[in-house]
Design a protein around this ligand. Structure first.
Ligand SMILES: Cc1cc2nc3c(=O)[nH]c(=O)nc-3n(C[C@H](O)[C@H](O)[C@H](O)COP(=O)(O)OP(=O)(O)OC[C@H]3O[C@@H](n4cnc5c(N)ncnc54)[C@H](O)[C@@H]3O)c2cc1C
Length: 533
């Protein structure tokens, strides 16, 4: 068995073992190296693949190519702003490999993963080893487990032994990717909802008859059967297969990923009954993914049925959809607030396995865990993390809220993976002082959110000041938010000039359009924040 307290053994040099070179593991290793630690980064791909990855590159994105919204009025946008302030290297790589995607930060997936791999290789303090870690006992402490939702089975068993039965499973699914040149642009057209952005999505319209024919075919299609151990495993709401959505009602997809709200077919001038949206998947724009079409239909059925979508009749599928079991720890029950095991304070967990959901949330846990390890090794943070409250980003911030959401013991009995959302940020009265019941009731949802963002930014800046640092003004995230607002305003002005009065009314949801409205129009934001995990 490995030494329980590395601080007793290691004097000057600490070597930290990080298992898993995905988003969280790569961010964590890069941050630890910056903090002056030597890191052994162990990754199994290159020897053994997961069911979803295709390469041995670090930080490979397994499904969508999007980190979600960048709007400075959205919770995911706030999380990115904070992560940028803390110097996230993964965010740096994402920004360098951005592809157009309206309000979302989406990347050329291959270039992004190649860049993260190069960043890690260029770091002399990090040594990458290619092998499967089969047991928690084989890794020296301090150790970080960042093996993600598709953790190798033998290591998952070792974790099961370590944690007992508080190890939870759910299903996650992947949406198909189509070759752009195979999309029929005589039928499909480029546009963003409500004419916001720069026409980054390809939209395929469905009439009422086409919608019901298509959904009936999906219902009747052959599906991949879950294995015995997978039965009774629930889906994660944000990444539900399209057929599972259909089981809730024939019209459910029409109110979700197939909503036509804010979209007008240029051939008819009307809003179609339903729309299937595709989003750019690589920088060249040669590949598009079908947004929200995670599926468990068999491969031949996917090809047959997705080609029923008008505009996709000759679609060439570069990747087909699939579904996999996913797993996470009941963190509020089993982990300390610094994400170390309550049974072994030098064994840390990070990334999706801790119960955050989403690429960027997983990345942020990698960012935070590097700080916690540094603080624990320096003796600033107690071994049981009991004094972490003094060191954490404040509860009002996105990072503070997300950490709280996965470690708050009151959530242990019904613990579910979660992404960042406004529900986790403290209510306004808690952050800006009690404004009185009446005033709170008068604030609409949009105003409330703006106040939550302002309070979060202020709390973050204050926390930074206490550490002798000041927040970057004109950060990349701020610049992107500004660009987004300018593009939205320009598009709205153009629409106002060219449209008939009735069309203008539909394209322009309010007299003062701005990116700030993203959150007040759920449909406009759903491709960036709701449909995709
Ligand atoms: C099928 C699927 C689709 C998803 N789609 C999306 C999506 O579209 N958008 C989104 O935001 N999130 C999505 N997620 C959720 C989640 O955000 C991602 O899985 C994210 O990559 C998690 O980051 P991570 O660093 O925790 O894990 P990962 O990025 O998966 O990295 C874990 C790494 O650990 C390695 N590893 C595993 N076991 C071992 C071992 N025993 N020894 C050595 N190495 C090991 C793996 O090979 C992998 O490289 C999806 C998840 C799944 C499973």
């Amino acid at each position: 068995m490995i030494s329980k307290n590395p601080r007793e053994k290691l004097t000057e040099k600490h070597i930290i073992h990080v298992v898993g070179a995905g988003l969280a593991g790569s961010e964590c290793a890069l941050q630890l190296a910056l903090l002056g630690y030597d890191v052994v980064l162990i990754e199994m791909r290159g020897e053994v693949m997961t069911p979803a990855h295709r390469t041995a590159n670090n930080a490979e994105l397994v499904c969508s190519n999007s980190f979600g919204s960048v709007a400075d009025t959205s919770a995911p946008g706030l999380l990115k702003w904070e992560a940028e302030q803390l110097g996230s290297r993964i965010l740096e790589a994402a920004l360098a490999n951005r592809v157009p995607a309206g309000q979302a930060l989406s990347m050329d997936r291959e270039r992004f993963a190649e860049m993260v791999t190069a960043m890690v290789s260029a770091e002399p303090r990090i040594r990458r080893e290619t092998r499967v870690v089969k047991s928690l006992d084989e890794i020296p402490r301090p150790a970080v487990i960042a093996t993600g939702p598709l953790t190798h089975e033998s290591l998952a068993h070792s974790m099961l032994e370590h944690f007992g039965d508080e190890f939870l499973y759910f299903f996650d699914a992947i949406a198909p990717i189509v070759a752009t040149e195979s999309i029929n642009m005589e039928i499909a057209w480029r546009a963003d909802r409500w004419d916001k952005g720069t026409k980054d999505y390809i939209n395929c319209p469905l009439s009422k008859r086409e919608y019901f024919f298509f959904t009936e075919e999906m219902k009747a299609a052959r599906k991949t059967e879950p294995k015995d151990f997978e039965k009774n495993t629930p889906y994660f709401e944000g990444c539900m297969p399209i057929e599972a959505m259909l089981e809730r009602g024939d019209l459910t997809p029409r109110f979700g990923p197939m909503s036509a709200k804010g979209l007008r077919d240029p051939r008819t001038g009307n809003m179609p009954f339903a729309v299937v949206q595709l989003r750019q998947d690589n920088r060249e724009g040669t590949a598009y993914n079908i947004v929200g079409f995670q599926t468990k239909m068999t491969y031949p059925e996917q090809k047959r049925i997705f080609r029923l979508i008008p505009g996709l009749e000759d679609a060439e599928f570069l990747k087909l959809g699939s579904i996999h079991r996913n797993l996470y720890i009941n963190s509020p029950k089993r982990l300390n607030r610094d994400l170390s095991s309550k049974r072994d304070p030098w064994l840390f967990f990070t990334g999706q396995i801790t119960g955050v959901e989403g690429y960027f949330e997983s990345t942020c846990m990698g960012l935070m865990i590097a700080r916690f390890i540094d603080q624990k090794l320096r003796g600033v943070l107690h071994e049981d993390a009991s004094n972490i409250g003094e060191l954490l980003p404040p509860r009002a911030t996105a990072l503070g809220s997300l950490l709280n959401a996965i470690t708050d013991e009151t959530r242990a009995d019904h613990f579910q993976p979660t992404n960042i959302n406004f529900g986790h940020l403290p209510a306004i009265a808690d952050t800006v002082g009690d404004t009185g019941g009446d005033r709170r009731r008068r604030l609409d949802k949009h105003d409330n959110r703006l106040l939550q963002i302002a309070a979060a930014r202020e709390a973050f800046a204050q926390w930074f000041r206490q550490q002798g640092r000041s927040v970057k003004t004109n950060s990349a995230m701020d610049r992107m938010a500004q660009e987004l607002k300018a593009a939205t305003e320009a598009a709205t002005q153009a629409a106002t000039k060219s449209a008939t009065p009735s069309a203008t009314q539909t394209a322009t949801p309010s007299a003062t359009p701005s990116a700030m409205q993203a959150d007040t129009h759920p449909a406009a934001n759903e491709t960036a924040e709701t449909t995709d995990v």
